[in-house]
Design a protein around this ligand. Structure first.
Ligand code: FE
Ligand code: MN
Length: 396
């Protein structure tokens, strides 16, 4: 607790009336009796009650925290959330800083790309331009609304802003390549597997947009489900089919600008997955009654559905297979990733022992590795003031 500032002028050996009580506060080394500290400034005398402050701190919670606490960031109760916030801030990027001229040249050339390469990019833009907005909206209007600790609101605000950056990067890709923006809307409506993936998450988000008594176990479970579905099923699993395909094209020197942007996006997503994972674990720790076997089974079922939807989506992304773009390998990759997510929150696996079919992708995803060519391109964009690396995906 921080009552030790050297700059404050603290009264020494003085008797003070404390709000009606007759107790005497002796400010010795900054600390009065009964944990009260007196600061005298310009003839005014202020009494600071450490005990009361400690009570407020103890009442800081993921949900149902003290309601008089508006934005008391300090002292931090959830240090991990602030550390993640700093990590995310250090990774800040803007789409316009990434050159698109090579991508535009390739897009227009008949020889440099195949139609199936272009289709993957169209699916990427079509899916993510809706998905980024859905995630950001849920973070702001559901999760950030319901959590009460200020440091959690801080990092969730940054999360939502990063979704804006991702959405903005897609606009930048669309306008650079000259894709008709109506086409993106049409993909969202007409490609069934995109609609199904979006419906799966928006339904869960809508369930929480009403006045709920958050002291009830079933309502806390609804929130926990939302954190799990958005963090582990959507951002953590359903983003990875396309991430893998686009990075596979990037590896073949196709779409250097788009690949670069997706590598930054992936780095951000690793932090989002970790944020929602920690948040869920913290919520469970503070409300252990929600973590029943029945509830855990329902989460595993949701992941199973998420994986099925992603596999249908992979079929639509890869109507034609080519080098590095094999449908079955991508489906196995999703099984592998989904199990890593389940493992991360202590749930049973769906495909025990499944191996990652893309060791090269594991290297690209593991942006902590120092000898990695792609990793160098990623880190050189980091702000030099704070080189902090993502926590997640180190073992994918
Ligand atoms: Fe995103
Ligand atoms: Mn995200």
């Amino acid at each position: 607790m921080g009552f030790e500032s050297q700059e404050e002028r603290v009264t020494q050996e003085q008797s003070v009336e404390l709000s009606g009580s007759s107790s005497v506060a002796v400010a010795e080394g900054g600390e009065g009796v009964e944990g009260k500290k007196i600061i005298e400034v310009g003839g005014k005398r202020f009494v600071l009650d450490r005990k009361k402050a400690e009570e407020v701190f103890a009442a800081k919670k993921v949900i149902n925290g003290i309601d008089t606490m508006t934005f008391n960031l300090l002292p931090l109760k959830y240090q991990w959330a602030y550390d993640l916030y700093r990590n995310m801030k250090a990774n800040h990027w803007e789409p316009e800083d990434i050159p698109m001229n090579k991508d535009i040249e390739q897009w227009r050339s008949a020889e440099q790309l195949s139609d199936s390469d272009r289709w993957i990019i169209r699916m990427g833009i079509g899916y993510f331009s809706a998905a980024e907005g859905i995630v950001g909206d849920n973070i702001i209007h559901v999760i950030r609304e319901m959590v009460t600790a200020p440091e959690l609101k801080l990092v969730l605000g940054r999360h939502a802003h990063e979704e804006n950056i991702h959405a903005d990067s897609l606009l930048y890709m669309i306008s650079s390549l000259g894709i008709d923006p109506h086409e993106c809307e049409a993909m969202f409506v007409d490609v069934e597997s995109i609609g199904a993936k979006n419906e799966f998450v928006t339904r869960i988000s809508k369930d929480l947009r009403r006045d709920l008594d958050m002291t009830k176990t079933e309502n806390i479970q609804e929130l926990a489900k939302n954190m799990f579905v958005f963090g582990q099923c959507m951002e953590g699993t359903q983003f990875y089919g396309l991430f893998g395909m686009i990075l596979s094209l990037w590896r073949q020197n196709k779409f250097p600008g788009i690949g670069q942007m997706f590598s930054y996006t992936l780095r951000d997503e690793s932090n989002h997955i970790e944020l929602l994972r920690q948040l869920l674990m913290q919520l469970v720790e503070e409300n252990p009654e929600i973590w029943t076997n029945e509830f855990k089974d329902s989460l595993v079922d949701l992941m199973r559905t998420a994986v099925d939807l992603e596999k249908q989506f992979i079929d639509d992304c890869l109507p034609v297979e080519s080098v590095g773009l094999n449908r079955e390998d991508f489906k196995t990759y999703i099984d592998f990733i989904a199990d890593r997510r389940l493992e991360g929150v202590g749930l049973p696996l769906l495909n025990e022992g499944v191996k990652n079919p893309f060791p090269w992708l594991a290297e690209m995803m593991d942006i902590k590795k120092e000898q990695n060519f792609f990793e160098q391109r990623v880190t050189e964009y980091q702000k030099s003031s704070a080189l902090v690396k993502p926590q997640d995906d180190s073992d994918l």
